[in-house]
Write a protein that binds this ligand. Structure first.
Ligand code: ADP
Ligand code: S3P
Ligand code: MG
Length: 165
């Protein structure tokens, strides 16, 4: 949450001229309400179930850049499917950066359940070892979106040169 998956993913899709899909927006469309309302009305378990199904459908579709929600990669089945059909990229941010980028934003229900900084610290501890299984890791720091996008593109360019050699 706050790493920039949605913003940077959209930018990258424009750069590479491929479709961009945000899994959270797809879930909201299917449910007819926003993520916060899905959590409130149906509960987190129902959201996770919808998230798993929506991501599976997207991965079975046309090639695209997909921004998942921060919890999606924690699902073993989703992780396996991403590994089989796609290339995963972890936008890795320090806790401080995540706090700065999420402060004052109310649309992430998990951060409204207590002290957001504490919740984010716990999630970083739980999730980062699993996120480390991603194919590619790119750091995102306290910097402009353009700087992060440029770092991702440079990393991908370097990797494609490595594969070409
Ligand atoms: N370098 C950066 N990369 C990505 N987002 C940034 C950056 N700097 C500031 N931001 C802000 O941080 C927030 C990231 O949110 P978002 O893209 O929704 O992240 P996620 O989808 O990972 O939760 C946005 O409000 C964006 O404007
Ligand atoms: O980390 C999480 O568990 C979540 C992250 C959110 O997406 P972003 O990571 O795009 O904010 C959204 O899917 C939901 O609020 C749960
Ligand atoms: Mg997002």
């Amino acid at each position: 949450m706050g790493a920039g998956k949605s913003c940077i993913g959209r930018n990258l899709a424009q750069h590479f001229d491929v479709p961009f899909i945000d899994a959270d927006r797809e879930i909201e469309e299917a449910a007819g309400c926003c993520v916060a309302d899905i959590f409130e009305i149906y509960g987190e378990a129902a959201f996770r179930d919808g998230e798993r199904r929506v991501i599976k459908r997207i991965l079975e579709g046309e090639p695209c850049i997909l921004a998942t929600g921060g919890g999606a990669f924690m699902n073993r089945e989703t992780r396996k499917l991403i590994g089989k059909t796609g290339t995963s990229l972890w936008l890795k941010a320090d806790l401080e950066v995540l706090i700065k980028r999420t402060t004052g934003r109310k649309h992430r229900p998990l951060l409204n359940q207590g002290n957001p900084a504490k919740i984010l610290r716990k999630l970083v501890e739980e999730r980062y070892p699993v996120y480390a299984e991603a194919d590619i890791t790119v750091e995102t720091r306290d910097e402009t979106q353009d700087t992060t996008v440029a770092r991702v593109i440079a990393t991908l360019d370097e990797l494609s040169r490595t594969y070409d050699d």
